[in-house]
Design a protein around this ligand. Structure first.
Ligand SMILES: Nc1nc2c(ncn2[C@@H]2O[C@H](COP(=O)(O)OP(=O)(O)OP(=O)(O)O)[C@@H](O)[C@H]2O)c(=O)[nH]1
Ligand SMILES: [Mg+2]
Length: 424
């Protein structure tokens, strides 16, 4: 996510800092570069203009022109401006009520239904008892889709017969949640290709009867510059409290987040990064600004590691094994089994490129890491290790020799990339 913006912004920064000190002309050229990066990433023009204004003002205030360390200071300014525009310190959902109600809305195909399930799964992992509500009064397929997703994550779903007015769907759903002792109600509303009065009226009705404290607009990140207009279209009837940007895993350029947060003042709360119910990430403006500027995102990486270790299906002995492996690695005695388990843990954290990008200074390596996966290099390494004969007792020469022999041959035979002695 934000890849294009990230690489073009970093290129602008490199140009700005290449010369050590920067002149007024350098600054102008640099700002023009940054503007082009923002527009190229689908940031709405008025929002880009406002950002640029802020960057220029701060650059002047910190007397960057002619001063030393211009590059770092410019990086700092960009980081602060991006963080602020994306919502500052980020935002937690307000779920104090019992039941707390979350209304999801957005244009057709934006990802509302998928997101409803993702949100339910996430809140359940956080210890809540959510219920999903199908609130499209016309399309039975909508309720069926939600039903399948709900069953997949084992969350109860409420639906009413086709034609039931949304006000009744809402009222009965809340009553059902109370009866069942559920504490969060997530309402999946109908989508429409264009904003029309009927859709907006439905949202008003749903709000009237369910009083959702959280009203989350779901927008497909790929809509680019029109994101701001979509947000403004919904603002009167629904008064969005937050934005969920879906499909950021695709080739969307992420400008939608900056446009909506900066232009309509609606903070991004979550982003969707895939079709599966697990693919929803909390949105932390400062961490995203770090990622965009290639400064890494260790906090998110650490969270993923923790989730992979303690999440459902995690192996309880994994932590102890990791600790033992770490100790061996420190003594210089890392085994191939250790390497194998590290490789597997890495890949459980998500697509390797995404993971690598979170490590500070490694942003530029993401493509290489992805290429390694695409070419099957990691799988090959795994197969190689699995094909080896385990060393039974290192103190006994024969066994160790046998295992060692197999190990040293494997890379040449399978990977073909181990150094071969030159012959002839
Ligand atoms: N790659 C990717 N696909 C997504 C994401 N979120 C949703 N989708 C896909 O987008 C398509 C539409 O998603 P839905 O959840 O059905 O969208 P909707 O807003 O409920 O659509 P309507 O109810 O018809 O208005 C589905 O194929 C989803 O799998 C995401 O974060 N990443
Ligand atoms: Mg839907």
């Amino acid at each position: 996510m934000f890849d294009a913006l990230s690489s073009s912004l970093r290129a602008s920064l490199r140009r700005l800092t290449g010369s050590g000190r920067i002149s007024a002309a350098d600054l102008d050229a640099g700002l023009a570069d940054i503007r082009a990066s923002l527009l190229g990433a689908d940031v709405a023009a008025p929002v880009a203009a406002r950002l640029l204004e802020q960057i220029r003002e701060r650059a002047q205030r910190s007397e960057i022109v002619g001063g030393l360390g211009a590059g770092e200071r410019m990086l700092g300014i960009l980081h602060d401006v991006l963080t602020e525009v994306l919502g500052g310190s980020g935002r937690e959902l307000d779920l104090r009520e019992r039941p707390a109600t979350i209304l999801l809305f957005g244009l057709q195909g934006a990802g509302k239904t998928t997101t409803a399930a993702k949100l339910a799964l996430r809140l359940m992992k956080e210890g809540r008892r959510p219920m999903l509500v199908a609130a499209d009064p016309r399309r039975p397929a909508a309720a069926e889709q939600l039903g399948i997703l709900a069953a997949g994550i084992k969350v109860p779903m409420h639906r009413e017969p086709v034609g039931t007015p949304v006000s009744e769907i809402g009222t009965r759903a809340i009553a059902a949640a109370r009866r069942l002792g559920l504490d969060v109600v997530i309402i999946d509303s109908a989508g429409r290709t264009a904003l029309d009065d009927e859709l907006l009226e439905e949202l008003r009705e749903l709000r009237r009867v369910t009083k959702p404290r959280e009203r989350l607009l779901v927008v497909d990140a790929a809509v680019g510059q029109t994101a701001l207009a979509i947000a403004q279209g919904f603002s009167g009837a629904a008064e969005p409290t937050g934005l969920i940007l879906s499909k950021l895993d695709g080739d969307a350029r992420g400008g939608a987040a900056i446009s909506i947060a900066g232009g309509a003042g609606i903070p991004v709360v979550y982003v969707g990064t895939g079709e599966r119910s697990e693919a929803l990430e909390r949105f932390h403006p400062d961490r995203i600004a770090n990622r965009i500027l290639g400064m890494g995102d260790l906090a998110t990486l650490a969270e993923r590691v923790r989730e992979a270790e303690i999440g459902p299906g995690a192996d309880p002995s994994a932590e102890a094994r990791t600790k033992a492996a770490e100790a061996r690695a420190l003594r210089g005695g890392m085994t191939f089994d250790d390497l194998l388990s590290q490789l597997r843990q890495m890949s459980s954290l998500g697509p390797i490129g995404q993971v690598v990008k979170m490590i500070p200074g490694m942003g530029g390596m993401a493509e290489q890491a992805e290429a390694a996966v695409a070419s099957g290099e990691l799988k090959r390494t795994e197969a190689m290790i699995l094909s080896m004969t385990p060393e039974t007792d290192p103190s006994q020469g024969r066994e160790a020799g046998k295992a060692g022999e197999k190990r040293s041959k494997a890379p040449v035979a399978e990977g073909g990339d181990a150094p071969e002695p030159l012959s002839g």
